[in-house]
Write a protein that binds this ligand. Structure first.
Ligand code: RB5
Length: 157
């Protein structure tokens, strides 16, 4: 069960973020918006990625959605935090399997991608992310290997 969706975008994703919030509202899904439009032009995507990720880590039932121009910057930044599995998804299939196999807890979206011109398609990606669930089983072993990597020291041991 999802407790809360934490959402944020840098200045490139304000319109897309609004469309996703409209969708969440209509679906009666609780959300918290961590980005503001006031300082939008000067904002930096790592700050938004960090704010979303820290709130996601507060509860295992939280999920995050974070937007920058390509989705790449936020995915790099989010994945620096131990316990975050951020997935940059450009179609529904990726969103579905990021949840089922990778237990992704943050969805990264690119607002400047061609696909982002189609808000319906972007909502479908969000929907696939929210309504699919981790399958466990053989994937537990793989995720535990990711945790091992997170715990390696700077010499790579
Ligand atoms: C901002 O201009 C842009 O660099 C940012 O939104 C993102 O695409 C970075 O990966």
């Amino acid at each position: 069960m999802i407790l809360l969706i934490i959402i944020g975008s840098d200045h490139t994703g304000i319109k897309l973020k609004k469309a996703i919030i409209d969708y969440l509202y209509k679906e009666h899904i609780d959300y918290a918006d961590v980005s503001s439009e006031q300082n939008a032009v000067d904002d930096d995507y790592p700050d938004i990625a960090r704010a979303v990720s820290l709130k996601v880590l507060q509860n295992t039932n939280n999920l995050g959605i974070v937007i920058c121009g390509t989705g790449i910057g936020v995915s790099i930044a989010c994945n620096k935090l131990r316990g975050i599995r951020a997935a940059l998804c450009t179609d529904e299939y990726m969103a579905e399997f990021s949840r089922k196999h990778n237990n992704a807890n943050v969805l990264c979206l690119g607002s400047r991608l061609k696909i982002a011109e189609d808000e319906e398609e972007m909502k479908n990606i969000v929907q696939a992310f929210i309504h699919n669930f981790y399958e466990g089983g053989r994937h537990d072993r793989r995720l535990s290997k990711i945790r091992d990597i997170e715990n390696m020291n700077i010499e790579g041991r």
